[in-house]
Design a protein around this ligand. Structure first.
Ligand SMILES: [Zn+2]
Length: 368
């Protein structure tokens, strides 16, 4: 592995703008880079369906059929401000110039992957089939991954290279979440003259919340009422009341059950008082719970240990493409990729971590 070349590659990649929606220039550049490594690269038709000027980019390089085919997934898009990134290579880290993000999320893993493959080729290592999936629109709702047809893949062991943390660690669980925005519409009336003619939306909402299972539901499920507002004045029976809720769980069926209980509490109170209930329900992504006996986890462990790293498995609070691919039946794992303070202008990556990630990816391919 050549560190200078890896740093060079990384700084080149981050200088090709690819904010969500405008990934095409970067994707086209990557296509060329992977073709040079012997991959067959093709765009899918996601651009026709998701908010992006580019499709997802998929590639395969067939190798030793006796080895486990491995799939690496990264996303093409970055958050804002991601235009005109000027990477600064300091002694121990790479930063932006402070006016933009760095885009180590998710270009550090991409550079690491390229260097890993190049280095294996240079040492004429016999490796198995390698597949790559570069998705669009991850940062704005995993649009590309949702659209990607996983039946294209030869392998089912997928490393989603997209997480903070020191290389050697990996994420094996991520919750699913739902948000509810509820509005109760009652009937206003003068609170002193004719309160009996009013329907207090605040009272309806209060009763709904009082009857709702909230906070810690069980060891993998939580729920909360986060905000409440409504009413106008003390002498008016409140016509409107609005509240926002969330629920999270590591299990989809538990989340569904919790959301149902919350909505039923709202409906019951609203029916009792004769008010009107409107709600919006948003489920963001499916949960991720990786089976630790999966081939992907085993391979990761073997590779990390062979490099003297201590593999460590943790959970995260958010979702990524991995949640989507797991739902589609792939055996995913999210290795930590060293990116730090991502989604901010303070984002950086330690050169040591960039290098460790590339060695780890190299080892994963080698030991597959
Ligand atoms: Zn990311």
């Amino acid at each position: 592995m050549k560190l200078d070349r890896l740093i060079q590659e990384f700084t080149e990649l981050v200088q090709i703008d690819s904010e969500s929606g405008n990934e095409l220039a970067f994707a086209t550049d990557l296509k060329t880079r992977f073709e040079a490594l012997g991959f067959d690269m093709v765009f899918d038709d996601a651009a026709d369906y998701v908010p992006s000027n580019s499709g997802n980019l998929y590639g395969i390089r067939r190798g030793d059929p006796d080895k486990l085919p491995v799939v690496f997934s990264c996303h093409l898009d970055t958050v804002t401000p991601g235009i005109g990134i000027k990477p600064q290579v300091l002694e121990d880290r790479i930063t932006s110039d402070g006016t933009t993000i760095l885009a180590s999320d998710d270009k550090a893993p991409i550079a690491s992957l390229i260097e890993a493959i190049r280095s294996l080729d240079e040492s004429q290592e016999e490796v198995g089939t390698i597949e790559v999936v570069f998705s669009v629109g991850e940062e704005i709702g995993m649009h590309g991954a949702r659209h990607f047809d996983v039946s294209r893949l030869t392998g089912k062991n997928m490393f989603v290279l997209d997480s903070s943390g020191t290389p050697g660690r990996a994420i094996i669980q991520a919750p699913t979440a739902a948000n509810i925005k509820a509005t109760i519409t009652g009937k206003s009336a003068h609170a002193g003259l004719e309160p009996e003619n009013g329907i207090s939306a605040i009272m309806v909402m209060s009763e709904a919340i009082a009857n709702m299972p909230l906070l810690r539901i069980d060891h993998e499920t939580t729920a909360n009422v986060g905000k409440i507002s409504g009413g106008n004045a003390t002498n008016i029976v409140a016509e409107h009341c609005q509240a926002t809720f969330e629920a999270r769980s590591l299990k989809q069926d538990k989340l569904d059950k919790q959301v149902k209980a919350m909505i039923e509490a709202l409906e019951a109170a609203s029916t009792k008082y004769g008010s009107m209930l409107n709600y919006e329900l948003n489920t963001s992504y499916p949960p991720l719970l990786v089976d630790q006996s999966s081939g992907t986890v085993q391979l990761f462990k073997k590779a990390a240990e062979s490099l003297g790293m201590t593999p460590e498995f943790t959970s995260t609070g958010g979702g990524s493409d991995a949640n989507i691919y797991a739902e589609k039946g792939l055996e995913v794992l999210i290795p930590s990729c060293g990116m730090t303070a991502a989604h901010s202008v303070n984002e950086y990556i330690l050169i040591e971590d960039l290098s460790a990630l590339s060695r780890l990816v190299r080892e994963i391919i080698k030991l597959a």
